[in-house]
Structures are given as C-alpha cells and as structure tokens.
Design a protein around this ligand. Structure first.
Ligand code: PLP
Length: 488
C-alpha cells in the first residue's frame, strides 16, 4: 500500500497514527496549561521561515509530517487556554473533542438515512429536544423542525430566506420585488444579517438601541410605519438575544407583539445567548423567545461545543421542506426500502454536510442536561465577579451595565487617571486598548478583544465560555492588564 492511495493500512499507517494521536493528546493538555502561553506570536515572514508552507512535487516522510504537525500546533493560538477570552467561543471540552475525533473518523455526510443512519437519528433526537426546550411543548405535542447550519451567520441568512418565502406564500403576488421587502434589525445586531440581506436582495433598516444595547421599540414602530407609508413591505424583524459586543437582549415580547400586529416574521438571533435555555436561574433573559418564527442558536458559543455547531429552529414544521426541497432524483428516491422521511437532506440548502451534531450529542451524554446548566451558571457567576472587580478597581471603568456574560470596560492608564477632562481624552483613551492588545499578544499572556462602538472610544470586551476558568483567572486578567499598562 502506498501513500498516494487514500486508505489506511495497518503496516504502513498504524504506528504513524498512534504517534500522531499520542502527540495530539499531549498537545491537548499542554494547550490548556496556565504554565504555557496562549500563543507564540511570530510575524508572518518569520512564521514562513519556521514552517515551510510550500507544496512540493514529491511526498514528505512520515517523520517530517509529524514534525510539521507539531509546528502547526506550536504556533497556533490555544483557544482552549483559560486566558483565551478573545471570541465568543473558547474552551477545549474533552468529550466535545472526543466527539469531534469520532466525527472525523467517520467522515460522514448527512443527507440520507442509508448513508448516515446513526447520525440521522442523533440529529432528530437533538433537534426535537431543543425544540421542546425553546418552544416548550404545547399539550405534550411536538412543534416545529430544525436544521444544523454551517455557522450562525449562515443560519441568520437562511432565516431571511424563510421569512421572504413565508411573505411570498401569504401575499401570492409576483409584482412585489425583493427590494421593496424591508427587514428590521438593531444597530447592534450581528453583521451577518446585513451580508445575507444583500444576498437575498432585501432592504435592511437599522433600529436604534438604548444605552444597554437593546432594540428601541419606539424607533422600531416608527420605522415600520415609515416604510409602509413609502409603499414598502416590512416583512421581518431579526431580534438579538445576546448581542455580540454588549451582550444585550432585545425585548422579545414587545417585538413579538409588533410582528403580530404587522404580520411580520420574527427571527431571534440567539447564537450567543441561546445557551441560557439550559439554566433555570438565567433562562428568564430569553423570555418571549417561544414566540419567534425562527431561532438561531450556536452551541459552539455559550455551551463550548467545539467549532462548529449551530442550529436554526422554526416553529413552522414544514417550512424548511417547503422553502428548500428540490427532490433530486439521484439522491432522494421515493421508492427506497425504508421510510424516506429519514432522508432529511432535502430540507437543507447544502448537499454534502458535516455531522456537527455528533460532538454536541456526545458531550450532552457525558454531562447530562444538568452538566450544561452548571456550566452556564458558573460562567454567569464569574462574569458577575468580573463586573464587581471592575467597580472596585480605579484603573478600570465599565462601558455599560450588563446582565449577561459580556463585560465591556476601559483600562485607564496612569497618564489618563488624573482627569478625564483632558483635551483629547477620548482620542488618547482610544489608543490604549490597541496598544495593550499588541503587548499581550507579543507576550502571549492573554487574548481579549477590543472595539469601538459608535462614539465610544476603544474598549475591551470580557467574555468566557470556558468553564475551566476560575476566580484566580479573573484576578489574573486584572493583574496582567495593570502590569502591561503600568507605563502608559
Ligand atoms: C449575535 C451573533 N449572531 C451571529 C453570529 C455569527 O455566528 P458564527 O460565527 O457562527 O457565524 C455571532 C458571532 O459572533 C454573534 O455574536
């Protein structure tokens, strides 16, 4: 057996795979150790000297492949490290990782029961369970259906298409062109809605937010009426449960009332906040979500399921089939020997599709629903602690109050602590976060992201999804920022 043949053979590959897996297991533990850096920053030119990225005519030996794998690991960012707080995903859950490896060993694709029998039933179980959690079973009967999506942005896009499909079905008018269809979302909503509105060729009107980043209902009402008076068709609202930067929750009940009044589709982007459904203590933040026509939820964010794991749920059971189905006869034959209801692929927009469900289901088996609840509660407790610490320390200032994981704050360096009436104060403060970010990245000690927001100068956003983070790590973040910013 030769290496150009795409099949493993015991004599040639067993030892190689064993060595690689042993190294990966070592890497896994190394990558989450507080003794090790979050990253080893190298300029691109230097990185190209360390790793030869070029592709060659002749094959590499197995030893050099192991060496390449070790360098790839060494110079990649350790997103499972407790000091990686840069994105809305982090952590390296051992069971999630095992589920991910299982997924890769299967190399499956979920369109038909005949190709993916086990995964089809796993998907059905997880989707049904989540529907019962988000939409609360009415009289014990199951409502709705769902899809796994290649990420939350894509899910927000599918939701726009469903809203448009539903509008067209209701109006049955071919005279209304897409450009007259108007979608409303807040100015703090995730940018994917703007991108996908472009793809779907519909207009977006941005609704103002309040000081906490929640959609302003008065502005939403006024803007819907304004569009109607122009002869346009308001057809959908995308509300957010957990905005990307401030972590705000739009008032879903009021928005649902407005959508009902104007016969509009309500999509809730709960990519980030959706995981709260697992917590009895904190799920009240999602109040009203069951009135949404569609809900986007990313288990790869708050629940720390490995990337990517994202679902779009809808209370309208047949909408995915109606909007997407094309019944390709080479794949979805109706004369198969088993129930073709299990050939779920036709309700998707993709054809081949990675089984993102497997790692989630495997983790769920390992932790139980109660484990996810403890995980979410722990993250919420640590965020509250982080906020309390900011209020105690004079070098830090909150940007706004928050009820979720996101804690947005400024680090005020010694030179700006004297007075905030300094000429140019905001310009000077604007430069602090990028400079600190450069220092922490080059030192490899911490990764935490910053951004400006409207008139607000650059500030840091603390977020965690890794429930391996503890109180001491919170103090570490403050100490490290103070240490890095001491001379500024
Ligand atoms: C509120 C919200 N919606 C959607 C997304 C997009 O999710 P994804 O990164 O999976 O595309 C994000 C990403 O951070 C988000 O914060």
């Amino acid at each position: 057996m030769s290496d150009w043949q795409s099949i493993p053979c015991v004599e040639r590959h067993k030892q190689f795979l064993e060595k690689l897996i042993a190294a990966l297991i070592d890497c896994t533990f190394e990558s989450v150790s507080r003794e090790n850096p979050v990253l080893r920053w190298r300029e691109p030119g230097r990185l190209q000297d360390i790793i030869n990225f070029n592709l060659q005519e002749e094959p590499q030996s197995q030893d050099s492949l192991l060496e390449i794998a070790s360098k790839v690991f060494k110079y990649s960012v350790k997103t499972g490290h407790p000091y990686f707080m840069n994105q809305l995903f982090s952590g390296l859950d051992p069971y999630g990782l095992a589920g991910q490896w299982l997924t890769d060993a299967l190399n499956s694709s979920v369109y038909t029961y005949e190709v993916a029998p086990v995964i089809t039933l796993i998907e059905r179980t997880v989707i049904r369970k989540l529907l019962s959690m988000f939409y609360k079973e009415e009289n014990g009967t199951m409502i709705g259906d769902g899809l796994f999506c290649p990420g939350g942005s894509f899910g927000n896009g599918i939701a726009i298409n469903l809203a448009r499909f539903s509008f067209r079905k209701k109006t049955q008018s071919s005279k209304i062109i897409s450009l007259n269809l108007v979608l409303f979302t807040s100015e703090d909503a995730h940018y994917s809605t703007l991108k996908w509105a472009n793809v779907c060729d519909v207009e977006v009107v941005l609704v103002k937010t309040d000081e906490y980043g929640r959609m302003d209902i008065g502005d939403l009402r006024a803007k819907i009426l304004r569009e109607k008076s122009k002869g346009n068709y308001p057809f959908s609202v995308t509300a957010t449960a957990g905005t990307t930067v401030l972590g705000a929750f739009d008032p879903l009940i009021e928005i649902a009332d407005i959508c009902q009044e104007h016969d509009m589709w309500l999509h809730v982007d709960a990519a980030w906040g959706g995981g709260l459904i697992f917590s009895k203590k904190h799920s009240a933040l999602l109040r009203g979500i069951q009135r949404a026509d569609s809900i986007l939820f990313n288990p790869h964010k708050l629940l720390a399921v490995p990337q990517q794991c994202s679902l779009l749920l809808s209370k309208h059971e047949s909408i995915f089939k109606e909007a997407h189905s094309k019944q390709a006869p080479y794949l979805f034959q109706k004369d198969k020997f088993y129930s073709t209801d299990l050939d779920v692929g036709d309700k998707y927009l993709q054809c081949g599709r990675r089984p993102d469900v497997l790692k989630f289901w495997f983790m769920w088996q390992a932790k139980g629903t109660s484990g996810f609840e403890k995980h979410v509660n722990h993250l919420m407790t640590l965020s509250a602690l982080f906020k309390e610490e900011i209020e105690k320390r004079h070098a830090f200032k909150l940007v706004t109050d928050s009820c979720f994981i996101n804690v947005c704050f400024w680090f005020i360096p010694p030179s700006l602590r004297v007075s905030n009436s300094l000429y140019n104060y905001n310009n000077l403060l604007n430069k602090v976060a990028p400079k600190l970010k450069e220092k922490m990245t080059k030192r490899g000690s911490l990764m935490i992201s910053y951004q400006p927001l409207r008139e607000k100068p650059n500030f840091f956003r603390f977020v965690i999804q890794n429930s391996g983070v503890d109180k001491q790590d919170i103090y570490y973040v403050f100490d490290e920022l103070e240490n890095l910013g001491e001379s500024m």
